[in-house]
Design a protein around this ligand. Structure first.
Ligand code: SF4
Ligand code: SF4
Length: 280
């Protein structure tokens, strides 16, 4: 049977919060019996957007990671709930039954993603229900997907085998796989949030003036002296190697530029690192 999946492209998310606001518009003060109790105006983020800044001035980038309920295939919240108050539908969507779940505050701690919120006034745990009330009414998109202006969010109702092909083709990953919950939310370009880069600027001195070394070839090697990657500096003389593991130790990069001696620099990588302006 086909199941619902959500794909989030970190590269395209600009933190506009339209997804968060459309979720509020759909759920605040709105009761969807059998699907979800009304969401309070404040205090809950069914899609929670985290931010991360990497690098050092002036070489910095920022990424945003929207985190909804992951609709896990192996969901610990289901096991923590009594009387079947949290269950998985045949289409993969995880629902908290707003009646059966009354008083079950303990399920909040069962979610490793912090995706369940407590409604103090109604005494129920709440979370993203994948807009199941709309999908069951014939909608093809959730409200957050519909409102995203950049196409960072997309939903897919596909067979598991088809999803595996999409994962491979798009190089998708799940967030924090160490929880082993088999999320149905996948991320593209997740490295922008979870991994780090080495960047730098290459310059030369011509007639006493600094000039950007556009077109220099930069090659990076790991501690075992194995080539990791290669790139060419842009018109500002900048280069950037992304998708590296934090705290992954020693790296060496070589800069080759026609008419100048090759320069070798060694760094110890802990977090994203700007090596500054390197003069040849
Ligand atoms: S993300 Fe949390 S609330 Fe959602 S299905 Fe997984 S464990 Fe349950
Ligand atoms: S609507 Fe799209 S771009 Fe805006 S914050 Fe949400 S995911 Fe990011």
């Amino acid at each position: 049977m086909k199941k619902w999946y959500l794909i989030i492209d970190i590269e395209k998310c600009g933190n506009c919060n339209n997804c968060f606001l459309s979720c509020k518009d759909e759920h605040v003060d709105n009761d969807w019996p059998g699907y979800s109790a009304p969401q309070p105006n404040r205090g809950q983020k069914w899609i929670n957007i985290h931010g991360k800044e990497r690098g050092q001035y002036p070489f910095i980038d920022v990424a945003y990671l929207p985190v909804p309920c992951m609709h896990c295939a192996n969901a610990p919240c289901i096991k923590a709930a009594k009387d079947g108050a949290i269950y998985k539908r045949p289409d993969g969507i995880i629902i908290i039954d707003p009646v059966k779940a009354k008083g079950q505050k303990n399920v909040i701690n069962a979610c490793p993603y912090g995706a369940i919120w407590w409604n103090e006034e109604l005494g129920v745990p709440q979370k993203c229900a994948f807009c199941a009330h709309l999908l069951d009414d014939g909608w093809m998109k959730t409200r957050c997907v519909e409102s995203c202006p950049t196409g960072a969010l997309s939903v897919h109702c596909v067979e598991d085998a088809e999803m595996q092909e999409i994962i491979k083709a798009e190089k998708l990953e799940v967030y924090q796989p160490e929880h082993k919950t088999s999320p149905r939310v996948y991320y593209k370009n997740l490295h922008r949030f979870t991994r780090c880069f080495i960047g730098g600027s290459v310059a030369v001195r011509v007639d006493g003036k600094d000039e950007c070394a556009e077109g220099a070839t930069v090659t990076i090697f790991n501690a075992a002296n194995k080539k990791v990657s290669q790139c060419v500096t842009d018109n500002y003389g900048d280069f950037k190697f992304d998708n590296l593991e934090e705290n992954s130790g020693k790296y060496t990069f070589q800069i080759a530029y026609a008419g100048y001696d090759t320069k070798t620099i060694e760094v110890n990588l802990k977090k994203s690192l700007y090596a500054g302006t390197i003069y040849l």
